[in-house]
Design a protein around this ligand. Structure first.
Ligand code: CP
Ligand code: NVA
Length: 330
């Protein structure tokens, strides 16, 4: 498998075998790290990390992975560069491409990261856009495999806002890997038709199925994985909380959602999560709307089915795999 020189912008650009190769490589690098075996074959390379939105996991994963691989990185925060304000994406790409061996971008529209990749001349990795969050997918697939043994044929249920980066990316990934994907939410939050049609075509070849439903009991029946994400994503206006709560509260992941699922079912969340009142936003929402937990109850989040911290750790191993595969050994 040779992914050297490739961008990592969305999983629609990758074949199932390529995605599985990255999951395998992440597992291998994780095992090596646990054993204290260094893998710094990218020594001497430099990468740039552009964050137009905030981050904990993605930024730390890129920084730790880069360091482990022997690379140096430069972090450009949401206000610390000229990007978009005084310099176009195309110009920025051509400047950074002269200095760095790879560029990570987290920001708004998918077209921005696509434009960056078009002009950079070095691999570009999508660290999250409004539409997709592909590095999270490798971590999520690794986590499912670690807990359930296999990916193909599993039933994956996504509850909540299914028309944004996480719902979109998970539907594509499941379709590619032969996983049965169910988006269980108010129909206002179903993924866009065009993406659903694309995924159905892919699913027809891989043995996956794609189902969109508002019925929680039907969706969660025999589920292997129940996944959710925040109801309001970065960059969305705070005014929409009220509507989101009204629309999505019936799709909160709670113990009842797991009643119908398999005994072995796991709970996943890309994080950060609103499961208690220990966050600023959580407290504000509590004061305004009286909720003490949102997309997932604290009971599920802290319970034995929850694998969210394995998932968070796997971000680092999988981002390391993505960088290693696309930059190649030096
Ligand atoms: N899951 C995820 O991307 O987390 P961060 O926003 O903290 O990077
Ligand atoms: N949908 C979330 C994902 C965070 C990792 C957001 O875009 O804010």
């Amino acid at each position: 498998m040779n992914l050297k020189g490739r961008n990592f912008l969305k999983l629609m650009d990758f074949e199932p075998e390529e995605i599985l190769y990255l999951v395998d490589l992440a597992a291998e690098l994780k095992e090596k790290k646990k054993q204290g075996i260094m893998h710094n074959s990218l020594i001497g390379k430099n990468i740039a990390l552009i964050f137009e939105k905030t981050s904990t996991r993605t930024r730390c994963s890129f920084e730790v992975a880069a360091h482990d691989l022997g690379m140096h990185c430069t972090y450009l925060d949401p206000s610390g560069s000229q990007i978009g304000k005084k310099e176009s994406i195309a110009d920025t790409a051509r400047v950074l491409g002269r200095m760095y061996d790879g560029i990570e971008y987290r920001g708004y529209g998918q077209e921005i990261v696509e434009e960056l990749a078009k002009y950079a001349g070095v691999p570009v990795w999508n660290g999250l856009t409004n539409e997709f969050h592909p590095t999270q997918m490798i971590a999520d697939m690794l986590t499912i495999r670690e807990h359930l043994g296999e990916l193909k044929g599993k039933k994956f249920v996504y509850m909540g806002d299914a028309r944004y980066n996480m719902g979109n990316s998970l539907m594509v990934t499941c379709a590619k890997l032969g996983i049965h994907f169910v988006a269980c939410t108010n129909r206002k939050y179903f993924p866009e038709n065009q993406l659903v049609e694309y995924c159905e075509e892919v699913a027809a070849r891989t043995g996956a199925t794609i189902r969109l439903t508002e019925d929680v009991a039907e969706a969660t029946k025999d589920a292997d994985v129940i996944y959710t994400d925040v109801w309001v994503s970065m960059g969305e206006p705070a005014e929409i909380w009220e509507e989101r709560i009204k629309d999505l509260l019936p799709y909160q992941v709670n113990e009842k959602a797991f009643e119908n699922a398999k005994d072995t079912a796991i709970f996943m969340h890309c994080l950060p999560a609103f499961h208690d009142l220990k966050t600023g936003v959580g407290k504000e929402i509590h004061e305004k709307f009286g909720l003490t937990e949102m997309e997932v109850t604290d009971e599920v989040f802290e319970g034995p089915r929850s694998v969210v911290f394995d998932e968070a750790e796997n971000r680092m191993h999988s981002i390391k795999a993505i960088m290693l595969a696309t930059l190649g050994e030096s």
